[in-house]
Ligand binder design. Sequence first.
Ligand code: ADP
Ligand code: ZN
Length: 592
Amino acid sequence: MLLAGVIATLALFFVPSGSSGGSAEQVGYSQLKTDIAANQVRSVAIGPDGNISGTLTNGTAFTSSYPPGIADPQFAQLLDTHNVAVTTQPAQSSILATLLNFLPLIVVVGLFLWMGRSARRQMARLGGIGRAKGKVFDTERPATTFADVAGYDGPKQEVTEVVDFLRNPERYRRAGAVGPKGLLMVGPPGTGKTLLARAVAGEAGVPFISVTGSSFVEMFVGVGAARVRDLFADARKRAPSIVFIDEIDAIGHKRGGQLVSNDERDQTLNQMLAEMDGFDPATGVVVIGATNRPEVLDPALLRPGRFDRQVVIPLPTQRERLAILAVHSKGKLLDDDVDLTVVARGTPGFSGADLANLINESAIFAVRRGRDVLDALDFAEARDRILLGHRDSSNALLPEEKHAVAVHESGHALVAALSEHGDPVAKVTILPAGQALGVTEQLPVDERHLYSAGYLHDSLAIRMGGRAAELVVFGAVSTGAADDLAGATALATRMVREFGMSAAVGPVGFGAERPTFLGGEQVTGRTYAEATQRLIDREVTRLLREAEHRAVALLTGHRVALDDLTELLLDRETIDGMDVDMVLDQVTRRQP
Ligand code: ADP
Ligand code: ZN
């Protein structure tokens, strides 16, 4: 995100113009930073005069501005680490003109940043002066096997084909079979993606050549591409072999759509695609990429013959956590009062790395207390420390968060189960997945092509179910419902605009809202009057209100079932639709 850095730095040289009209909410600069840190900001547009506008993750527009005369280098970094999309002010007449105006300044700032970076790099690599390209990859022959990876039987099964191919690529060639070329491991950080990739190499007995995606992304155009060439040349020389690219999203980010095209990254990505396409099927090089953000990857990466196999590595279940704890406590002395089953139950949302860390921290606590046997107290202290320690980098849930997520998901599940047209509940879990803290999955009875109004109204209520449950139980809502609201709003908007399901707007269909790009600025084609837009907005709001009322009424009427389901979810973390029905049955039988 160098661009963000440049723009942010650039903006510091100017005094904000202050007023920025419109109905957007005005947010103070320090509040804005707090919001970004709390992942509540989706995008910001920074004007060269220091004014900032953007949207929150809940869709609200806001404006803010830099404090005049204060340089804040943290800001760009904050934007970067919290994945905020950065653009320039869309209201600006021409961003290109603005950039050109400040070109000399950009060059100075860019040079300044670059010098800082290269100085750091040279310190890191002693004697790096004069070398056009450093070797950025490591080669090893891991002794890791599948036995070192606890749990994850599904993913292990899915990668056995790769092991088989690497053991004998010749056999594939003779049979005229095309072996796997690329495999993408998708999952949150610390879930053992690297470990599993290493185990594939260990099981197949081949070299493991690993690199981090971000180490390709350099200031100079062409360096990344040259490094990719080196990497693949090395892999071919050692074939059969595995190339492991961690954080592949750093190179494989969708092309285009950026303000200024990132030539360097595009070239790096193109080089990688060319290398993969150039493999002879019998070469015996398999590229394994790892990412926790598959949605940002360029679709070209996922085409057949490239990363066309995906292995999803979610956070470990309770049983898998027990297995991981067992692996990592091997060779450590545990006191009688330590029950790893209890530890596993108390650590929902912990990744494999968190669990390995938990054991290590427990050992440290034990040492500090002058003992070499780990007891339950050590485990409790280590767990609290991890829970409170790196909240940013961890999926681990605090007990009260866990409760709130259980209430929220129970709400979705119950409204779904109680709705006439709702699809049956397939799975409810309070284990975080991606951005979501918990998930309620419904399984359509059959593949639908047509949706009745009743079905869509029920869908709205089900989406509102999570928030409604928070209202019923806590009397207040949390930020956890932002995605639900966005989804419900999108659906309600289509019902009103496209499906003619609002009596007030009437039987009109305005067609899908199709954004068009004019001169890089997004303009939404709208074919009706301002008054119609207001009516549509009002009708959308009405549909959402009604859906929320219905969800609240359903959950209030089934409060006992809601509480029972929450308890069950807290206890088991993941339940299925039959469990939901069972809870409902039991409650009805108890109090007919
Ligand atoms: P990722 O690549 O997904 O970020 P890593 O493979 O680097 O995660 O995992 C970090 C560490 O966490 C591993 O080295 C290992 O100690 C531990 N770990 C993660 N998953 C497991 C597992 N399933 N079994 C045993 N240890 C695990
Ligand atoms: Zn929800």
